[in-house]
Write a protein that binds this ligand. Structure first.
Ligand SMILES: Nc1nc2c(ncn2[C@@H]2O[C@H](COP(=O)(O)OP(=O)(O)OP(=O)(O)O)[C@@H](O)[C@H]2O)c(=O)[nH]1
Ligand SMILES: [Mg+2]
Length: 294
């Protein structure tokens, strides 16, 4: 039997729903999601496998103008991943229409010269008239590929999109074992699940100022898996917010994250969560290397 397989790069502005769409395509929660812009910091690979096809979907950080070493790495990564992919999937937020940020990314995709598809996401928020308007605006981007209205949240339209992406893949053997859903290490997935819970509970500059590092994963004699992680922040006041009154915030983050980690690993976990300050970590190239943000 001949098979098709290859790479699909998800590109789009922050918050349009790229990671939600990746999870929907893969059928498992691989990438964390939040309503804060710039949730995704690493290029995460999700693997979707059918009987005779495999899509390796690369979830890229939402692009905007770089402000520091962190956002510069995020932008550089998008351009490299586009160059290395078979197909670019431009994701638009249907409820926001098409704006200058989308046009900027569409030009980067056109320059990269690969196959293209466009997903108008969040179609669940649109009535017929607005859906047609947004599809028309998407067509006006002038990209040479099919346009699909989808809802990553409900799954509507995602099957048709996946089938069309498969058509653009070259013939070739599978790139990952059929049971794999991501290339992310367990350690990184755990760190991201903790960060997701921080994002869900903080506002303003705090979400951007937080990174999570898992330092240790150890079997305990009582059968629990002990996970030790640090939440890095940039200032003492952010640290105070993350600890919360009497430790209430770090406890709430820890409890919610532990449940997610237990679901991921299928076993009981003890999560030991610390909060620490590391000034200007977003400009610290050494730490960014260690965290795997390249
Ligand atoms: N109503 C609706 N909301 C959605 C849909 N897809 C994603 N969202 C929401 O949009 C927000 C952003 O979703 P993400 O998947 O984190 O967006 P992203 O494009 O990966 O964002 P960055 O990683 O910051 O670039 C979250 O609150 C999602 O729940 C959808 O189809 N419909
Ligand atoms: Mg994302």
């Amino acid at each position: 039997m001949s098979t098709r397989s290859g790479f699909v790069a998800l590109a789009g502005r922050p918050n349009v729903g790229k990671s939600t769409l990746l999870n929907r395509l893969v059928g498992e929660k691989v990438a964390i999601v939040s309503d804060r812009p710039q949730t995704t910091r690493r290029a995460i690979r999700g693997v979707a496998t059918g009987p005779d096809w495999q899509l390796v979907v690369v979830d890229l950080p939402g692009v905007q103008r770089p402000r520091d070493a962190l956002t510069a790495r995020m932008q550089g990564r998008m351009e490299r991943e586009l160059a290395d992919s078979d197909t670019a999937l431009l994701v638009l937020a249907g409820d926001q229409g098409v704006g200058p940020g989308d046009r900027f990314i569409a030009r980067a995709i056109a320059r990269a010269g690969l196959a293209v598809a466009v997903a108008v996401n969040k179609a669940d928020l649109l009535d017929r008239r607005r859906t047609v308007e947004t599809l028309t605006a998407a067509a006006d981007l002038g990209l040479d590929g099919e346009i699909f209205p989808v809802s990553a949240r409900t799954g509507a339209g995602v099957e048709a999109l996946a089938a069309s992406l498969v058509e653009t893949m070259p013939e070739g053997p599978f790139l990952y074992p059929v049971e794999d859903r991501t290339d992310m290490s367990e350690r990184t997935r755990i760190a991201e699940l903790v960060r997701e819970q921080v994002l869900a509970r903080t506002r303003e500059e705090v979400p951007h100022a937080v990174e999570v590092e898992v330092n240790d994963i150890e079997e305990r004699e009582d059968g629990l898996l002990e996970v030790r992680a640090v939440v890095w922040t940039e200032t003492a006041s952010q640290k105070g917010i993350l600890i919360g009154t009497g430790g209430s915030m770090v406890r709430a983050v820890g409890t919610a994250a532990r449940k997610q980690i237990e679901a991921l690993l299928g076993r009981r976990v003890h999560l030991d969560l610390g909060v620490r300050v590391r000034r200007r970590w977003r400009r610290d190239e050494g730490l960014l290397d260690r965290l795997g943000i390249e």
